[in-house]
Design a binder for this molecule. Structure first.
Ligand SMILES: Cc1ncc(COP(=O)(O)O)c(C=O)c1O
Length: 381
């Protein structure tokens, strides 16, 4: 038996998505930029997909642009805001994914942009008062780049509150919503945001496909030049099959959101209960019982002889999970997020992340394996 508890890294593509993509691959090969019938068909398929994505977010069609995923979308938002919108200051957090942190740091060193970090507590919760003070303290055109939910510890930030503050102080607001797209309702008509990012592979769609929402008021230029695709905003022949798969996956995720959420919450709670009942000195990272991403549970295990090998031992026993962010490599390296919340270096953080495909039996399997792996003295007898 293998158990996949690494859905924050990526998810399995659902059968309906595979079918939609395969049908499209079989039947449609025209270049969407060609003016003949095959090209026009591909173009109309892309526009139908755009309608699906825009509709679920309550956005206009002209505000959705297809990209290669979350990394490209966040790079685009940050770099284009500096280049085209007069942004000279960026407020962000130390728990952002590297696809935000790196471009922000890059803008600071290459473009002399002021970069400030919004403080947070040991659960990764933002200090909104300090954010307001930072916004108040400068006349510089500011971009606030704060993720919706953290991919390692699952803390969810208050999008509405950040949006209000950004409106009050006339700042641009970008949110990396890669972990929440298709998992939390997002309505850009209700909550004013300038840039949002999505990646299909986090909601059972294909890898290498994503999108960026750009509020109609933000007139930026493309980051990738060389063609007129995506209404001149992103050059290169469109990833037709990826886009079809993403739209299908997003539609399913949004339509089944409540049902999937309830199932996953149950799985997550079963694991929390099982860990608390069977093991001593277990802690949970992030705002795990407050404002949390229900697909993620970051567990902090106490020091013990085999603890540094826990991830590998779980893998050997048939369980796939992650030691923090799994986005950059399979190798375990120090997590900047755990460091930012002051997670003790002698404890071991393991991220279990779930999808609606997981079952209660899989949680029980994991608990049984942990009882075998962890030293006897850690098990409450
Ligand atoms: C919060 C977050 N942002 C961005 C990304 C990067 O997205 P992509 O893999 O589509 O480039 C990831 C993980 O992959 C993520 O977890």
């Amino acid at each position: 038996m293998r158990v996949y508890f690494d859905n924050a890294a990526t998810t399995a593509i659902s059968e309906e998505v595979i079918e939609a993509m395969a049908n499209c691959m079989r039947e449609h090969y025209g270049n969407p930029s060609s003016i003949h019938a095959e090209g026009r068909k591909s173009r109309s398929i892309i526009e139908t997909a755009r309608k699906v994505v825009a509709g679920q977010l309550n956005a206009s069609l002209g505000e959705i642009f297809f990209t290669s995923g979350g990394t490209e979308s966040s790079n685009m938002a940050i770099k284009c805001a500096v280049r085209d919108l007069g942004v000279t200051r960026i407020l962000t957090t130390k728990m952002e994914h590297s696809c935000v942190l790196y471009p922000v740091k890059c803008m600071a060193t290459q473009q002399n942009i002021e970069m400030d970090f919004i403080e947070m507590d040991d659960k990764g919760r933002l200090d909104y008062t300090q954010l307001e003070k930072l916004l108040q303290s400068s006349d510089k055109k500011t971009l606030v780049s704060v993720m919706h939910a953290n991919n390692e510890i699952g803390t969810v930030n208050d999008m509405e509150r950040i949006s209000q503050l950004c409106q009050e102080y006339d700042a641009f607001y970008h949110s990396d919503t890669v972990q929440t797209m298709g998992h939390f309702p997002i309505d850009v008509d209700k909550t004013k945001i300038h840039f949002l990012t999505g990646a299909a592979h986090k909601f059972h769609g294909p890898k290498g496909t994503g999108f960026i929402y750009i509020n109609g008021d933000c007139h930026i230029k493309p980051m990738i030049d060389g063609g007129s695709q995506e209404r001149n905003m992103r050059a290169g022949t469109e990833n037709l099959y990826g886009i079809v798969g993403m739209a299908k996956a997003f539609e399913l995720a949004c339509n089944e959101m409540e049902e999937r959420k309830n199932h996953i919450e149950n799985i997550r709670q079963r694991l929390i209960n099982g860990l608390k009942e069977n093991f001593e000195d277990i802690q949970f990272n992030g705002d795990w019982d407050g404002n949390y991403l229900y697909t993620v549970l970051s567990v902090s295990f106490p020091p013990s002889p085999k603890i540094s090998m826990l991830l590998q031992l779980l893998d050997i026993h048939g369980i796939s999970c992650s030691g923090g962010s799994a986005c950059s490599s399979g190798a375990e390296k120090g997590s900047h997020v755990l460091q930012a919340i002051g997670h003790p270096a002698d404890r071991k953080a393991i991220r279990f992340s779930f999808s609606h495909y997981n079952t209660e039996a899989e949680v029980d399997f994991l608990l049984d394996k942990l009882k075998v792996i962890l030293p006897v003295q850690e098990v409450v007898i």
